[in-house]
Each structure stands twice: as structure tokens, then as C-alpha cells.
Design a protein around this ligand. Structure first.
Ligand SMILES: Cc1ncc(COP(=O)(O)O)c(C=O)c1O
Length: 511
């Protein structure tokens, strides 16, 4: 038998995908992308923040059909050129230091390296057995993060007598869905009818709470949507704890089943903090079997709890059944990374545990391991914990605290400007790095101001509309400009530029 062909290491016997990892190709690709990345990141200092493109402009630059033949050993020169000429012109530069629009999507070098390493391993950590390192690194990172934010022991895997722990979800929306499923399952196990379930959140909560109810089949139709009780807010736009208690009490008396309360610590619109401690205490007055699951959405503001002086954002967290914080928003960890903790992990996994024959395994059945597949909707999961590990190791607790404190200091500078400018008013109290303001007078001027500023593209801001009480105590919808300070490279000079831009636009709007 002639074996010569099977032993020959020529190009035809090397799998096509493996050829791309040949040392020269791999290093060349790394070098080309690294050079491009450095020049892109550097260019952010001077670029306009948002693109000047019309719908279809990017599509028009992309070939209609995929290439039949690969572009050869070295496509990187043309790929980098296309990144620069096709993709970059159509981006909103979220990493620009003058991006103040939505809550940030903060990135960092160690975060990028973590994404990169995770892609190299490219394991699927659905079960402990499918990559023990993936699961155990994630468990440790959840415990490290619990320490970082000063969470009670019950949320930790290694807490004394703890039956809790956490996992990394993609987003806060997935976290609230998981909390809802867990809360509902608890009630179903108590014999409650699924059709009687109700959900509570404030009228200022993120839309992801309603979306979770829709996905869970509680709010599919417009009529059903009222099963998500939007609890009124007080003057600070935080949930009215008393109104919440009353609503739950009424619903229980009417034979309904409150299954989830979701508070927000740092609302999307204005950074308002729901009175978690009071809500938690009030919920304790309901009998155990009737008490809904208490979820805390601290997607953005939770990051500030790395600083002891800002831990107030999580005051009352001991009452919660679950909590989420997104390091991908304000803690230098590349998208996506939502930390989701529960006090009772079995209550969560009960709601999503489905084990077909092909997923049975010895370690799972021993009960000694965590199988993260039961902690969220997807089965497969990437190794997100690596980027968090790199970020925490690179910056340390001190570095992360400095990052948050620097941003809050910058927000104070901008807040001072708003207070000193007679044509502007603070719409709500500054919340951490978020400053909300309006033009004195009417909504049209505020709308115009935002348009002017964003059209100039030197900075990018966003707006919201919230009910603000007037001098007679009557709430009226007010247009507000949101300035969210939190992008990775924001520095004092960027705040100066922001102030100049607001000034220039104000002069246009109010002549
Ligand atoms: C308070 C709050 N909760 C939830 C979300 C939704 O975040 P995600 O994109 O992680 O689902 C946001 C988004 O900004 C938010 O501000």
C-alpha cells in the first residue's frame, strides 16, 4: 500500500482553515489588524462622532455577491482599506471621547484582548464538562465582582451557607427575562395559574421589562400588557414604594399572582434610583408564598458601586432575589458582559432546566458542578469571563475606582456649567456621570438645541422625555438633553469642547 500521499505535508493535505493559522499568515494578519486598530483608536480624537450617511449608502459600497474564490493568502491590505473606506464612514463612534449620547459601551485594551483570547479558545461552555475552565473562571469572576461591588455573601458561590451565585448574560434584557422566568416558576410550583401572573416596575423602567413579559407570554397583546403594572414615580422619577405595595396588595386580593418586581437603580432616562431598601422592606410584609421575586436592574449605575462612596446605589440589595450590572456599559469590559446574580440558583435553573439525552453527563448528575446552560435561554455560551478577568487584573480595584471617579468629576464640571448658564436648567439632579438639562422655556428650544448639536457632529448627545412637575406640582412632559459621561477616553478637554458646542448651539437657538 502506498502511504506517501497521507504523509506528505503539502498544501493539499492541510485543512483549508488550518492554513490560515500558519505562522506567517497569522502574524501578518495580527500585525495588519493591530496597526489598523491603533490608527483607528488614535483617529477618534479628531473624528466627527456620528456618520454623514443616508440609508443604503453602505449597502451600495458592498458587493452584491460573495467572492467565489478566497482573496488569497494576504487579503488584509484590501480588508483594512475596506474597513477604512466602507465601514468606518458608516459608524457612530461609540469609543469617541465626545460620545455622550447613550450610556457608554466602554472598551479597553485588556477587554479587547479578552475577546480575542476567548475567540481563540472558542469553546462552548454549556456544561461544566464541555470546558471546566470556562465555568469555573466565570464562577470566580462572579465572586470577584460581587466583592468589587460589595454584594452580600448570599449572591456568591463561595459565600457562607450560600445557595446563590451568578453568571454572565449577554445583556440586562436577558437578565430581567431570566428573573421573570424564575419568579414565575416559583409561583407555578406553588400551584398558581400562569394566566394570573402580574409584573411590577416603574413607569421610568427600561422597556426590557415589558419586553421580557412579552417574550414570557405575559404581555403578548396590548390588553395583556397591563399585566405589567407601571408604578408611578415620585418627583425624583424614582418608583413610589407605597404605590407599589398598594398595587401588589390589590392584585393579591383580586386573586392575581405578583411574580416579579423589577426596580431600577439608575434609570435610562435620568439615572433615578428606585427606593430599593424601602421596597424590599415592604415586600417582606407579604407572606412568603405571595411575595414576588425582586429583581434589581443596575445595568449602568451599578458600576459605580466599585467605589465605596457610591455604594448607596445598591442600598437595600440584601432584599433582592437577583441583580444585574453591565460592565460593558461603564466598566471597561467589551460588549457583551452583563453580570447576573441570584440568591437561590435552583430557583433560577428550575425555570430553564431541560435535559435531553445528549446532554446527560456524570458530573452534572453528581450535583457537584454548575452547568450554566440552565441559567439563561441559549444553550451554547462563549467564554465571556476571560475579558472580565483581564480587565480586573489589568486595572485592579484601584484603577476601576479611578475610572468611575474621574468620570463623575467630569460630570460635575459639566453640571456646574449648566447651573451657571442662565439659558439652561438642570432637569433632574445629576446622577453619577449623567447630567440631564433643558433649555429654559419650552420643549421646542430643547429639541432644536439637540438637533443643532448633533448636526455639527463634534459631540453626540441624546434626548428623553419625562414627566417633570411644574411650580404647581403638575407633571408635564419635558424634553431633556442627556449627557452621559463614560466613554473610555473622555478627558477634561472633551468636556470643554462639549461646553463650547452647547454654547454655540444655544446662541443659534436663542438669539
Ligand atoms: C437601566 C437599564 N436597564 C436595561 C438596559 C438594557 O440594556 P441591555 O442592552 O444590556 O439589554 C439599559 C440600556 O441602556 C438600561 O439603561
Amino acid at each position: 500500500m502506498d502511504n506517501s500521499n497521507t504523509n506528505t505535508k503539502n498544501n493539499d493535505t492541510i485543512p483549508i482553515a488550518l492554513r490560515s493559522f500558519e505562522e506567517s499568515e497569522f502574524l501578518h494578519a495580527l500585525d495588519a489588524i493591530a496597526q489598523w486598530a491603533l490608527s483607528y483608536i488614535k483617529s477618534l480624537q479628531d473624528r466627527e462622532v456620528s456618520p454623514a450617511v443616508a440609508p443604503g449608502d453602505i449597502l451600495a459600497k458592498l458587493p452584491d455577491t460573495p467572492p467565489v474564490k478566497g482573496e488569497g493568502n494576504n487579503p488584509w491590505t484590501t480588508i483594512v482599506r475596506d474597513l477604512e473606506t466602507i465601514i468606518e464612514p458608516g459608524l457612530v463612534h461609540w469609543q469617541s471621547p465626545r460620545f455622550f449620547a447613550y450610556f457608554p459601551c466602554s472598551a479597553s485594551m485588556p477587554g479587547i484582548m479578552g475577546e480575542f483570547v476567548s475567540s481563540i479558545f472558542n469553546v462552548n461552555g454549556m456544561l461544566w464538562a464541555t470546558s471546566p475552565s470556562a465555568t469555573e473562571l466565570e464562577m470566580r469572576m462572579m465572586d470577584w465582582s460581587a466583592e468589587l461591588f460589595g454584594l452580600p455573601d448570599q449572591f456568591r458561590f463561595d459565600g457562607k451557607n450560600s445557595i446563590g451565585g451568578g453568571c454572565i448574560q449577554g445583556t440586562a434584557s436577558e437578565a430581567v427575562l431570566a428573573a421573570l422566568l424564575a419568579g414565575r416558576k416559583k409561583q407555578v410550583k406553588r400551584g398558581r395559574d400562569r394566566s394570573t401572573m402580574t409584573v411590577y416596575t416603574s413607569s421610568q423602567a427600561h422597556s426590557s421589562v415589558i419586553k421580557a413579559a412579552m417574550v414570557a407570554g405575559l404581555a403578548d397583546t396590548p390588553e395583556d400588557r397591563s399585566r405589567v403594572r407601571l408604578i408611578p414615580v415620585d418627583q425624583s422619577l424614582a418608583m413610589d414604594a407605597k404605590a407599589l405595595s398598594q398595587a401588589i396588595d390589590q392584585d393579591i386580593k383580586a386573586g392575581l399572582t405578583p411574580c416579579l418586581v423589577s426596580t431600577t437603580q439608575g434609570t435610562t432616562s435620568t439615572g433615578a434610583m428606585d427606593p430599593l431598601a424601602a421596597i424590599g422592606r415592604d415586600l417582606k410584609t407579604f407572606p412568603d408564598a405571595k411575595r414576588p421575586w425582586l429583581h434589581v436592574d443596575a445595568a449602568w449605575a451599578g458600576a459605580a458601586a466599585v467605589c465605596p462612596e457610591h455604594r448607596y446605589v445598591l442600598d437595600g440589595i440584601k432584599h433582592a432575589d437577583s441583580l444585574c450590572i453591565n460592565p460593558h456599559k461603564w466598566l471597561l469590559t467589551n460588549f457583551d458582559c452583563d453580570l447576573f446574580w441570584v440568591k437561590d440558583r435552583q430557583a433560577l435553573t428550575d425555570s430553564m432546566n431541560i435535559t435531553p439525552a445528549y446532554l446527560h453527563d456524570r458530573q452534572s448528575e453528581s450535583g457537584e458542578v454548575i452547568d450554566y446552560r440552565n441559567w439563561h435561554v441559549p444553550l451554547g455560551r462563549k467564554m465571556r469571563a476571560i475579558k472580565l478577568w483581564f480587565v480586573i487584573r489589568y486595572f485592579g480595584i484601584d484603577g476601576l475606582r479611578r475610572h468611575i471617579r474621574d468620570h463623575i468629576d467630569l460630570a460635575k464640571v459639566f453640571e456646574k456649567f449648566v447651573i451657571s448658564e442662565p439659558r439652561l436648567e438642570l432637569a433632574t439632579k445629576r446622577s453619577l456621570g449623567l447630567v440631564c438639562f433643558s433649555v429654559m422655556g419650552d420643549n421646542t428650544k430643547t429639541k432644536k438645541l439637540i438637533e443643532q448639536i448633533n448636526e455639527r457632529k463634534r459631540v453626540m448627545l441624546s434626548h428623553t422625555v419625562v414627566p417633570i412637575a411644574n411650580n404647581n406640582g403638575i407633571a408635564q412632559d419635558q424634553w431633556i438633553v442627556r449627557v452621559a459621561i463614560g466613554s473610555t477616553g473622555v478627558a477634561p478637554k472633551d468636556i470643554n469642547e462639549l461646553i463650547n458646542e452647547v454654547h454655540a448651539a444655544l446662541n443659534e437657538v436663542i438669539q
